[in-house]
Design a protein around this ligand. Structure first.
Ligand code: GDP
Ligand code: MG
Length: 671
């Protein structure tokens, strides 16, 4: 029976939905020479025939007509068992190409199972008469399979199909995966790592376990994997607010929907029956309306985040101020040491507080993102911005994190989690600090107001623009250095719209916020204590004065800052404190010059020139992300990338400031 041993012999299976033309293809391939047999154990008709092509001897097996490979129906189980147990050399997926999305579902299942697939786009005559154009090149590149177009009942394309089958024997195929979303992927990975199930591809088995597939569950019965599966399912369903199996199926259709949308063009679309999602998409993805709608959505989210967040932030700020006062007067009350009072109030409460005030904004932002994600709009936004982002060498989905960065880089960096490609995620994280966050605005306002009173707006705008331009350059350079090579075609999934559940969104928001607090909190805490020590020591000096360690440190930096035109220790200290949080720069200058922020304008006018002021603003924009951003980068990547982010921004910021000052000074000597 096993005649697949010699080099030119192979066994292939035909799989496809009912009525996709399998029998027709089968008869053409085998010349109608079929014989009917019984499947071992199950009495279902199977057809087997022989096809010869050049010197190739191909055994063709016709599988039952099926829609998927879930083991629900007997037919589906037979097909699956055959594919898993008998491992044919290749599977020809016979597809009704005029109904691409639905038919491709089975193909994704075959691919996920690890089968070597050849796609037979059958019924191409129907496709043409419906006025649809299929970009088979793109389809083939994304799915990683050869594709043959056929009109089976007329015998068209049969030779090409035979050729493709013969070739498939020697060709290696890539392992195709669908990206479920970040949360689900994490659980798949977890299960995959502990799973050993001979005969099944581990990723496929992990997905099937999450899906609650009875047969795979049986196979792992009584092993330690079962409680893990339950745990993953419960966790995911709590996030989703609906059941996991639906979510997985939906993700596959989302992928297919995106794939079909990007690889087909319809010449006459009048006759098309549109479902609701498609109709909404016609507006939201419209060439002219897409971007305005998107901007309106973003405006809404920013309103939510900053308008609603601002009073909450003020409360936390006020509470921290009250707490600091209370603690320090409490310590003085019991005649506690002065340093302790300073450490607690100036250092810890002041420092950690300056980060905590962002918490309401961050939580609201997470809520906004969770709602947009769950509703299906986020995928559309990425779709709309895709072309623009390609100019940056990034993916459309990178747009949201970049945009959020203008508010605050931390949620911007955290939002990169929606990116599936590690390359895009890291590039987006690395350039995110160049998006000028709102904490840097007070610095611009102070300096632009003092030195460019008539062109304040243009000067500040130029800084934002500079950040964007630098981001483009840095992204391109890093991509060239670290992520060389072909860019894989990426599909934007278009999941169906659905009303987000309140509970799902809140749970997601809460879990992400707690993560932010716990991990970023520890690093911020340590940083704050360190900086306080530097400002307080040695004993007896005035807090944050030139005699303090940080003052001395500032004096050390001062010569380094001299080529940039602001070589005084106060600038060095302000920039050092600015690493803690960029908001602190202006306040620090105030403390160091011993004036309220209002009097600051006059003082800096005596130390800076318009040129050195601009250089200082550029430095403040680019040099070293704030501590919370560094902590977040570390959490999302590793120490190496974090080190690079700190290093490149410092060098770039300093270099630019020096360049601006030196060139400016040189030009002025010419005038
Ligand atoms: P199966 O259920 O997958 O085995 O599909 P069949 O081979 O029985 O085909 C179903 C119907 O589709 C038959 O009437 C075929 O003649 C017809 N058919 C098969 N291939 C094509 C094709 O390429 N174009 C068109 N228009 N009809 C086809
Ligand atoms: Mg048939």
């Amino acid at each position: 029976m096993n005649d697949t041993n010699t080099a030119n012999s192979m066994k292939i299976a035909l799989a496809g939905n009912p009525n996709s033309g399998k029998t027709t293809v089968f008869n053409h391939l085998t010349g109608g020479r079929q014989h009917v047999g019984n499947w071992p154990g199950v009495t279902v008709e199977k057809k087997e025939g022989i096809c010869t092509h050049n010197s190739h001897h191909i055994t063709v097996v016709d599988l039952p007509g099926i829609y998927s490979l879930t083991a629900y129906s007997l037919d589906e189980r037979i097909a699956r068992d055959f594919l898993v147990r008998e491992k044919p050399d290749a599977v020809v997926a016979v597809i009704d190409a005029s109904n691409l999305e639905r038919n491709l579902y089975l193909v994704t299942q075959l691919l996920e199972l690890g089968s070597k697939v050849i796609i037979d786009l059958n019924m191409m005559d129907m496709v043409k008469s419906k006025g649809i154009e299929i970009d088979t090149g793109k389809l083939s590149a994304v799915l990683g399979t050869p594709i043959v177009e056929t009109v089976a009942h007329k015998g068209e394309g049969m030779d090409e199909l035979k050729e493709a089958i013969a070739k498939a024997q020697t060709e290696r195929s890539d392992f195709f995966t669908i990206d479920y979303d970040h949360d689900i992927e994490a659980e798949i990975k977890k299960l995959q790592d502990t799973l050993t199930l001979p005969g099944y591809p581990s990723r496929w088995a992990a997905v099937k376990l999450l899906e609650g597939d009875a047969e795979v569950l049986n196979a792992v019965e009584d092993t330690e994997i079962v409680p893990l599966v339950l745990e993953s399912q419960t966790k995911l369903e709590r996030h989703l607010g609906y059941d996991l199996e639906t979510a997985l199926v939906e993700r596959r259709y989302a992928f297919l929907s995106g794939l079909v949308k990007e690889s087909t063009r319809r010449k006459l679309d009048l006759m098309e029956r549109l479902d609701l999602s498609d109709r909404i998409d016609q507006i939201l993805l419209n060439r002219f309306l897409g971007i305005p709608v998107f901007l309106a959505m973003m405006w809404l989210v920013f309103q939510l985040v900053f308008t609603l967040g601002a009073p909450l932030a003020d409360w936390i700020d006020a509470f921290m101020g009250w707490l600091a006062k209370g603690v320090s007067s409490g310590i003085q009350g019991v005649r506690g040491p002065q340093w302790l009072s300073s450490l607690l109030s100036d250092g810890i409460i002041g420092g950690v507080g300056s980060v905590l005030v962002f918490l309401p904004n961050i939580m609201l932002l997470f809520l906004g993102i969770a709602i947009l994600e769950a509703s299906g709009y986020m995928a559309r936004a990425a779709f709309v911005m895709d072309r623009l982002m390609h100019a940056l060498g990034l993916h459309g989905k990178s747009f949201i994190p970049m945009l959020l960065g203008f508010g605050c880089n931390i949620p911007g960096i955290m939002a990169t989690r929606t990116l599936e490609s590690e390359k895009d995620r890291i590039l987006t994280i690395m350039v995110n600090p160049l998006m000028s966050c709102s904490a840097r605005l007070p610095i611009y306002i102070l300096f632009a107001g003092a030195f460019f009173p008539h062109n304040q707006g243009i000067v500040i705008f130029s800084l934002y623009l500079l950040g964007i331009i630098l981001a483009v350059i840095v992204a391109r350079v890093f991509k060239g250095i670290f992520f060389k090579g072909e860019v894989a075609p990426l599909i934007m999934e278009l999941p169906p719209y659905r009303l987000p559940t309140v509970k799902g969104a809140l749970v997601l928001m809460w879990e992400r916020s707690v993560l932010f607090l716990r991990k970023a909190g520890t690093i911020i805490f340590l940083g704050v204590v360190l900086i306080w020590c530097l400002a307080f020591l040695p004993f007896g000096v005035e807090y944050a004065s030139q005699q303090s360690l940080i003052g001395k440190l500032g004096s050390v930096f001062a010569p380094l800052l001299k080529p940039a035109g602001f070589g005084f220790w106060q600038a060095g200290v302000a920039l050092s404190f600015g690493i803690l949080a960029k908001e602190v720069v202006v306040g620090t200058l105030g403390t160091l010059y011993g004036v309220e922020e209002i009097g600051l304008t006059g003082v800096i006018q005596t130390q800076f020139t318009p040129l050195s002021a601009y250089a200082f603003m550029v430095m403040a924009l680019v040099y070293i992300p704030c501590l919370a951003a560094i902590a977040t980068i570390k959490r999302e990547t590793n120490w190496r990338w974090t080190g690079l982010a700190v290093g490149y921004s410092l060098v770039l910021g300093w270099g630019l400031a020096v360049l601006i000052y030196q060139i400016g000074a040189f030009l002025m000597t010419l005038m």
